[in-house]
Design a protein around this ligand. Sequence first.
Ligand code: KIV
Length: 280
Amino acid sequence: MGVARLTTLDLREMKKKHEKITMITAYDYPTAELVDEAGVDTILVGDSLGMVILGYTDTISVTLQEMIHHGKAVVRGSKRAFVIMDLPFLTYQINSEEALRNAGRTIQETGAQGVKLEGGEEVSKAVRKITRAGIPVVGHLGLTPQSAGQMGGFKVQGRDIKAARKMINDALFIEEAGAFMLVLECVPWQLAKVITEKLSIPVIGIGAGQYCDGQVLVYHDVMGLYTGKRPKFVKQYADARKEMLRGVNGYIDAVKKADFPGEEHLFTMPAEALVALLDN
Ligand code: KIV
């Protein structure tokens, strides 16, 4: 029998039992297979895809088609993890009908288990519409990269009392609208702790301290594969880029020196066929 995927109920249970929830991004089949085998609870097909995979400078440029293309591969590569798809910029902000159409298309075409969207009260109608159609939704508050321009850049959010109160209200709106999980990005740890304690749904932090119900990081940051700017909240756990460079350099050197292919990589012709070939 195959491995069962985690469900929203399993994740809610984990919060109740104070068991930390792990989330990491993945954008392709082999990475999904690897993080799933490692035992991660949830995989996020983040729109960080734009920067770490497609070489864009932001997440705004990412299209729904690009997300779906990568999401399909992640679902095929994973067995146990709950897979969440980011809804990209302008696929859920215009109105809740369009939000549902795009969320539905994403789930239908990728086979993922849930969608994530950024924002508070202003997207709560969309959250309600999508969840009422039976699609699990994850909210995202704090630093929301799709509106980084309006926020004046990639800055910590919720530092003053007015912003902190607004974020708490937004979190309650998102929970009340039906979201089953919330991501908090780049938020003072004290505020993240208050929100985590106030909500009954799991709160996953990135740059939001240790009191959240779980943590999320971008795979390429964890593995040392991204060469762009690295935020303060990132911790690198491996230097995969160094190891990958070592592999490619070894291959180039061997080809240049004619050390590759070796005897063990060759195919041979039967002697009589070779004689006939050379005789002609
Ligand atoms: O796009 C992404 O990878 C994200 C995480 C950083 C939470 O939204």
